[in-house]
Design a protein around this ligand. Structure first.
Ligand code: CMC
Length: 427
């Protein structure tokens, strides 16, 4: 039996359909609200508003569940590799071996970035943050790939996916090479995607590069954990920019900018800087917990809290274990890991954090692993972006193939009522 919701305004009742998702999430469909009542809803930060129906990712913040296309994040992180997960997110099903091989090969066809992109990169000061550079370079790719993809055409869409996956990885690493003054590297089509990331970043012409398989495996897992997270800030940005029929590169460039903020993906850099600060100031964890609780102090415990997870972040559970394993395997003894564990313990026992359901999120331990791998802190959010790329593509593709309307929220105007213009000499 279909349910409805009744809304009463000024004594008049209106009925709206109630939609139930696969996992029994309930939503009131208010598409006809304004037409029927003249009213709109007000929901700053969209805490209660669904912007779309989506078949890609399910998450249950109360139970700490995250699934891509129905598969648990725990299974995928354990058993799949990043390109398999990318394929799953973007095309809806896990690939068979032939499809996976083809996908990897087709990405390889697009790993050469136009040489003229280098002059754009050189225009940035070396001190520029890699996320700002990455957003600009992604946008610049539009200039070299001006044909906008016809989403109705399966082959064109598939090629656009492979092109984006191939070129984005390369330009992401170039942001670091530029910063370091290293010559820019090319993708090696005989090697895997994640292995290429390490080579592109760290291989220098003067000495052979020794790949550490433990690092590649851990990085692959981290990319999987970051690959999608339904309608978060950057993904919603990608969808809304794409909803104006802006191209894939332009939409992803906007997603990179949204991800950069410290309340979103930028938190992984902020966490590490916070842990370093605590360490440099004598490791007084309790002092920082007090600061985070002080309403007069803008300081927040970075890596704690989540808009949706109100119990635990399943990604953080996997990453915490991975941090132990990776540091062990690499033989790294990092005092920041001890500080992170102390901070987590104190915060989890503290009433302030308990009552607000503030738990470590995905960004809390990831930075410690990246650091152990030798990844510089300003590249942490770039790694998040590389991991999130398949999610952005999948969500963009879904939005366009579902022919969603242009995203255009309304507002409640609270400014001045109408007034007459005064000439400048009368003001
Ligand atoms: N430290 C101290 N207090 C906090 C924190 C924190 N990290 N996070 C939330 N609070 C408090 C906040 O002050 C508020 O208290 P009160 O009710 O007394 O005013 C209450 O908890 C609710 O906070 P909110 O800001 O209304 O919650 P939100 O859902 O709008 O924000 C969040 C979620 C992730 C932006 C926020 O928890 C935060 O700023 N965390 C730190 C940054 C961070 O780690 N971000 C990464 C998020 S996960 C990965 C990703 O999305 O990229």
């Amino acid at each position: 039996m279909s349910k409805t919701a009744i809304l009463e305004i000024d004594g008049k009742k209106y009925e709206f359909p109630v939609i139930v998702g696969t996992e029994n999430e309930v939503a009131i469909d208010i598409e006809k609200l304004r037409g029927a009542t003249g009213a709109i809803t007000l929901d700053p930060g969209y805490k209660n508003s669904g912007s779309c129906k989506s078949e890609i990712t399910f998450l249950d913040g109360e139970e700490g569940i995250l699934r891509y296309r129905g598969y648990s994040i725990e299974d995928l992180a354990d058993k799949a590799d990043f390109l398999e997960v990318a394929y799953l997110l973007i095309f809806g099903e896990l690939p068979n071996q032939a499809q996976l091989d083809k996908f990897e090969n087709d990405i390889r066809k697009h790993t050469l970035v136009n040489e003229e992109m280098k002059s754009i990169l050189e225009g940035f000061p070396k001190t520029a943050h890699p996320m700002g550079v990455l957003s600009s370079l992604t946008s610049a790719l539009t200039a070299f790939n001006p044909k906008s993809v016809n989403v109705e055409n399966e082959k064109e869409m598939y090629d656009a996916v492979c092109k984006t996956m191939g070129k984005f990885l390369v330009i992401a690493t170039w942001t670091y090479r530029r910063r370091m003054g290293f010559p820019l590297n090319y993708y090696d089509n005989t090697k895997g995607y994640v292995e290429n990331f390490m080579r592109l970043m760290f291989e220098i012409p003067t000495q052979p590069y020794k790949m550490d398989q433990k690092i590649v495996d851990a990085l692959d897992k981290l990319f999987i954990l970051h690959a999608d997270h339904e309608q978060n800030c950057s993904t919603s940005t990608v969808r809304i920019v794409g909803s104006s029929h802006a191209g894939l590169f332009a939409s992803i460039s906007a997603g990179v900018s949204a991800l950069w903020g410290p309340l979103h993906g930028g938190a992984n850099q902020a966490v590490l800087e916070m842990l370093e600060e605590i360490n440099n100031n004598g490791g007084d964890v309790a002092k920082y917990v007090l600061k985070a609780k002080d309403k007069d102090d803008p300081f927040r415990l970075m890596g704690f809290g989540h808009r949706v997870y109100k119990n635990f972040d399943p990604r953080a559970t996997i990453i915490k274990k991975a941090a132990d394993d990776v540091l062990d395997a690499l033989g790294v003894d990092d005092p920041l890991l001890d500080i992170a564990k102390q901070l987590e313990k104190v915060a989890l026992e503290d009433e302030y954090f308990k009552s607000r359901n503030l738990y470590p999120n995905v960004d809390f331990y990831s930075g410690i692993i990246y650091r152990a791998m030798g990844i510089p802190v300003e590249m942490f959010t770039v790694l998040f972006a590389i991991g999130r790329l398949p999610g952005w593509i999948a969500q963009w593709k879904e939005m366009r193939t579902n022919k969603e309307p242009i995203g255009r929220p309304r507002q409640v105007y609270t400014g001045s009522p109408s007034r007459s213009f005064k000439e400048v000499n009368q003001r």
